[in-house]
Design a protein around this ligand. Structure first.
Ligand code: MG
Length: 373
């Protein structure tokens, strides 16, 4: 029996994790469920899964038998794995709390590594805690490396669907709406990450994630466009051989595998190659989607810069979803913040939280002309 603390139970990954647990009640059990605001949904999940602990950042009264905790760290009592599926910068505090509690982390929150990679990897090493990727590309790489993070490789290639705007011109991109951006061609995800996939900021984040997870310099990590989302990523080796992981886009596979590896259990329909027919690959259109290059620039600068990138990005994407700014203004907001803030060496979580708050306030002022939120 694997005891799981699920953080972010009402988001897209959280719901699919619930599906996995539902299918294998003899293998998996939720010891704790946590979410940011959807108290009613959390209540229903508590009724179905009877965790010992529940946590909601909003007001919440749990059903009988479930204890509502107010302290994040307490959530990880009695679990074997902390599945961190919270969205945004908020996920980092949970990841660090899980590591401090000495728990294995199945990581679906990319901001934990984008913003806090240095702190997270250092703390995990000190505590002897394993960080298992849930993001589909990083799970694919993990599989191609035979689940060995210290395996030798030459190059990592992350695949990208290219999002809904791959073939749009710059002029067309200036007019796209949030509704257009939310029509992702292959993956069904939350609104924030779907917009991040449309700007290709998401792929920049994933390159930073890969750097931390696999200890690879940026020169050894590339992205290629693969519109069918069947090949989930590839690893190249010294002899020129490349290994890839293939499958229909279905996040339940990497979620379940993070909980069971190296064991594999039935999860999703197997790929029908003849039906898939043709798999295409295209050069990455970095010049048309400046968010990608901004992410790499922040990643290369390191220190607090990726946190600036993310904080400004979260504010810009929300403004775009609310119809307040245009699609190109997402990149402009991020670029302005990256120019404004100076890089600092990462010392601790509180410093990153302050950087995040400063970047948000700055982006808010850039968009709305005042820093009040
Ligand atoms: Mg991904």
């Amino acid at each position: 029996m694997t005891n799981i603390a699920l953080i972010g139970c009402t988001g897209s990954i959280g719901r699919q994790a619930a599906d996995v647990v539902r299918r294998y009640p003899d293998r998996f059990r939720f010891t704790a469920l946590a979410c940011a605001s959807k108290a009613e949904e959390l209540f229903a999940l508590c009724g179905e899964f009877s965790p010992r602990l529940a946590y909601c950042e909003a007001a919440f009264t749990p059903p009988a038998g479930v204890k509502a905790v107010r302290d994040r760290a307490e959530l990880f009592d009695g679990c074997d794995v902390a599945l961190i599926a919270a969205g945004g910068f908020a996920g980092l505090a949970y990841t660090l709390a899980a590591i401090a509690a000495g728990k294995k982390v199945a990581l679906a929150n990319k901001e934990s590594l984008v913003c806090g990679g240095e702190l997270v990897m250092r703390a995990a090493k000190e505590r002897g805690v394993e960080i298992v990727p849930v993001d589909s590309e990083h799970s694919a790489i993990f599989q191609c490396l035979a689940f060995r993070r210290d395996a030798r490789f030459e190059r990592l290639v992350l695949t990208a669907s290219g999002g809904p705007f791959l073939h749009k011109t710059k002029e067309e991109l200036a007019r796209v709406t949030a509704q257009d951006a939310l029509r992702h061609p292959t993956w069904n995800m939350g609104a924030k990450i779907t917009v991040d996939s449309a700007t290709l900021l998401n792929k920049g984040y994933e390159i930073i994630e890969a750097k931390w997870l696999y200890g690879a310099p940026f020169e050894k990590i590339e992205a290629v466009v693969h519109p069918e989302s069947i090949v989930h990523s590839l690893v190249y080796f010294a002899d020129g051989a490349a290994l890839a992981q293939l499958g229909y886009p279905d996040m339940r596979v990497p979620i379940q595998l993070a909980l069971t590896y190296p064991e594999r259990l039935p999860c999703a329909p197997a790929l029908d190659l003849a039906r898939a027919g043709k798999l295409t690959f295209l050069p990455f259109p970095a010049e048309k989607f400046p968010c990608f290059s901004l992410a790499l620039e922040a990643g290369r600068a390191g220190g607090t810069m990726p946190t600036v990138l993310n904080g400004a990005g979260e504010v810009a994407v929300r403004a775009f979803l609310e119809g307040r700014i245009t699609f190109p203004a997402i990149a402009e907001t991020i670029q302005d913040a990256l120019c404004f803030f100076a890089r600092e060496r990462v010392e601790c979580y509180d410093q990153l939280a302050q950087t995040d708050a400063n970047a948000r306030a700055h982006a808010h002022a850039f968009i709305y002309g005042s820093s009040a939120s």
